[in-house]
Write a protein that binds this ligand. Structure first.
Ligand code: SF4
Ligand code: SF4
Length: 340
């Protein structure tokens, strides 16, 4: 039942607080909360399958899987990725690209399922160089790319990385046939008002990191500390899901996120989901995930670039990082089926 439009964006928290790296800008690391937890499903896979049927969720959704640590470290995550793809959804997996055994298991999936998978590789240069993992990272990227799996590569900026920008650009010229990584914006999660995680001013930060010519960076920095009071459909077009336990939250941006809980997706999987809408009540200093939530249309009246533009790159040979199918799907705004 794949339509032109993704129905909903479901931001899944994968409860893994364990990682093989220790990046200085890590949100979990900032709170010193790596406790070795690995993601374990708390409901049978068949209950999760029934609860996430496309018919129940208003069509084919984007399930974005991101952990507190490294998403692919937990063996339990792989059957869930497969189940969501079998339910017809698009699955995106955020990873540091070093869990080689997990990539090998993913590559065993049928072609049809792989064609709707998207991998967001985070390039943690300083940690890779320190631990001798740069070669492993690019080998895994190329392994997925050769199978035609959609992907993008992203850098979280930090001040310590600035002297290495020319080296990183040269590395991508060689390894990725001239396509540069996308750039994110790092926030200081210990500050309530979400400051930039940098000693630079916003203008200096923009100047330094814009050399990567990343549409994602341009949009994120433009939106940084830009509050939105327009009508937002978060809680309906998008919501956050605790993947293990089924708890649904309107939006993760709130300073006190538990006040945003509205439903458990797995408890009564035959029931219609009582979606809500946050409306004019966005509680944050800026849209915390604007490159996905706003570009996919959670605030319908905003004019934005497309989600495809936030992720895709074209190599010198003309090869895109996103497949044609995923490019097309991500270029439309969220639109659930009527009545769902
Ligand atoms: S790879 Fe990701 S989870 Fe691991 S330390 Fe770095 S930022 Fe944190
Ligand atoms: S504007 Fe962004 S952060 Fe605010 S409620 Fe909507 S989706 Fe959430």
């Amino acid at each position: 039942m794949e339509g032109r439009h993704p129905a909903r964006f479901i931001n899944c928290y994968v409860d893994t607080q364990s990682c093989n790296l220790r990046c200085g800008y890590c949100y979990i690391g900032q709170r010193k909360a790596f406790d070795g937890t690995l993601f374990r499903c708390r409901y049978p896979l068949e209950t999760m399958r029934e609860a996430t049927l496309a018919e129940r969720l208003g069509g084919v959704c984007i399930f974005n899987l991101c952990a507190g640590g490294e998403t692919l470290l937990s063996p339990d995550i792989l059957p869930v990725i497969r189940m969501l793809l079998e339910n017809g959804h698009n699955v995106s997996v955020v990873t540091n690209g070093t869990a080689t055994a997990a990539f090998e298991r993913l590559l065993e999936l049928p072609e049809e399922l792989l064609s709707f998978l998207y991998i967001k590789f985070s390039f943690h240069f300083l940690e890779f160089e320190k631990r001798g993992l740069t070669g492993c990272f690019f080998a895994n990227v190329h392994r997925m790319q050769e199978r035609g799996i959609s992907f993008s590569i992203d850098i979280t900026p930090c001040d310590e990385l600035i002297p290495f920008i020319p080296k990183i650009k040269e590395m991508f010229w060689r390894e990725m046939d001239g396509a540069l990584p996308h750039i994110s914006v790092a926030r200081d999660t210990s500050s309530r008002e979400l400051r930039l995680l940098s000693r630079l001013s916003k203008e200096e930060y923009r100047e330094v990191w814009s050399v990567f010519d990343s549409a994602k960076f341009d949009y994120k920095i433009q939106e940084f500390l830009h509050p939105h009071r327009e009508y937002c459909r978060a809680g309906n077009l998008s919501f956050s899901l605790d993947l293990a336990g089924g708890n649904c939250r309107i939006c993760d941006g709130a300073p006190e996120p538990s006040k945003m809980d509205f439903y458990n997706l797995y408890e009564r999987p035959q029931e219609a989901v009582p979606f809500v809408e946050i409306g004019h009540g966005c509680p944050t200093a800026h849209c915390y995930n604007c490159h996905a939530l706003l570009t996919l249309g959670t605030i319908p009246e905003l004019e934005t670039p497309s989600y495809t533009q936030m992720l895709d790159r074209v190599e010198r040979s003309g090869r895109h990082w996103l497949s044609e199918r995923v490019r097309e799907f991500y270029s439309h705004r969220l639109m659930p089926a009527k009545g769902a």
